[in-house]
Design a protein around this ligand. Structure first.
Ligand code: NAD
Length: 344
């Protein structure tokens, strides 16, 4: 099996080479992203392997199919960058539903602690032998209320971590997880109640039409003054302009962002020698109470290894049986059945 691997980064190669040789898959690594201009590169390959910021819209799908590509193996959980309806019946789309929820949830907590204990400020000060504590006052997490939007794999690990800190949890999910609500320290509530009562809000739902800008001007208006917002899920869950306004008005106390609405042309790349065209991102980064990492939450050794192993298993399973439990289907993707691999 020959697979064209797009948007390759150096940290991808060792684990994909390792599991590729175990599963009889040859990867050709392309640095470029997959999109309309680069789909041609897939000529002669059985499948393509893509990541979060590749563009797999209708024209790209049609071109891949014309080139004889049978399968799109996403090496990520989210699939908002794929036109699933258009792919249906033409191109099989596989994904890695879970690789290390701990990687993302732990990064969310790392961002939160960094932000509220001003570690990012203290680190820079002490490197300059500035040992002053002025302006570094934080607050305890113990006893605070965290609002979790999306209580799937990552959301639930983040809940465990927050409970370890002695926080109370208000959860919101379209499909609540049975047994999670204990009527006391973890309660499912409506979104409005979560927004009104949470000291910290962390987003762990997928990006869909319904969740696009789930945090917008109106939602921010309902929040407590000084709320801390964490987004390690997908950028477009948050209206970045409304977030900036919320920070300027002091309604939002801090923002911890691993993802950004318009990240696709910026994140994962070294843009240090360029003028940043995105004024909203530039302004957000300039704020003392905003921390931005560039879609880094997944980046642990464990996650990279799990991603490569599951992607190779998916490809191998698909070509052996013409189906794979991790295939996405537009009719059921995102539902409980699909998540449980019952979409066949
Ligand atoms: P998951 O499928 O296990 O959980 C998602 C949860 O969101 C589910 O419980 C689902 O019912 C819920 N949900 C769906 N629609 C909703 C809605 N309209 N309102 C509220 N909740 C809704 O997924 P996961 O593995 O926990 O991952 C969550 C998200 O994290 C992914 O969709 C992906 O976008 C993001 N992610 C980011 C990184 C990163 O590196 N930053 C890495 C992996 C995943």
């Amino acid at each position: 099996m020959k697979i064209a691997f797009f948007d390759t980064k150096p940290y991808d190669v060792p684990s994909f080479d390792k599991y590729g040789s175990e599963y009889g898959i040859t990867f050709k690594y392309f640095e470029t992203k997959l999109g309309a201009d680069t789909a041609e590169l897939a000529a002669g390959f059985d499948g393509v392997c893509a990541f979060v910021n590749d563009t797999i819209d209708a024209p790209v799908i049609d071109r891949l199919v014309e080139l004889g590509v049978k399968v799109l193996a996403l090496r990520c959980a989210g699939y908002n960058n794929v036109d699933m309806k258009h792919a249906f019946g033409k191109l099989h789309v596989l994904r890695v539903p879970a690789y290390s929820p701990y990687a993302v949830a732990e990064h969310a907590m790392a961002l939160l602690l960094t932000s509220i204990r001003r570690i990012h400020k203290a680190y820079i000060r002490s490197r300059d032998f500035n040992f002053s504590l002025s302006g570094l006052t934080g607050f305890d997490l113990h006893g605070k209320t965290v609002g979790i939007i999306g209580t799937g794999r990552i959301g639930r690990v983040f809940i465990d971590i927050c409970r370890g800190f002695g926080m109370k949890v208000l959860a919101y999910d379209k499909f609540p997880a049975p047994g999670l609500d204990n009527g006391d320290t973890i309660r499912y509530v409506e979104l409005a109640e979560l927004l009104a009562n949470a000291d910290i809000i962390s987003l762990h739902c997928p990006l869909t039409e319904e969740t696009h800008h789930i945090i917008d001007e109106a939602a921010i208006g309902q929040c407590k003054r000084g709320v801390v917002l964490i987004n390690t899920s997908r950028g477009a869950l948050v209206d970045a302009r409304a977030l900036l306004d919320g920070i300027k008005s002091r309604k939002i106390g801090a923002a911890c962002l691993d993802v950004y609405e318009e990240e696709s042309d910026l994140f994962f790349e070294d843009n240090s020698g360029h003028i940043l065209e995105d004024d909203i991102l530039a302004r957000l980064i300039s704020m003392p109470n905003v921390i931005v990492t560039s879609h880094q939450a997944f980046l642990t050794e464990e996650a990279l290894s799990n991603i490569a192993e599951t992607t190779c298993k998916n490809i191998s399973c698909f070509f052996a049986h013409n189906q794979c439990p991790n295939e996405l289907c537009w009719r059921c993707s995102g539902t409980e059945d699909c998540k449980n691999g019952k979409c066949f």
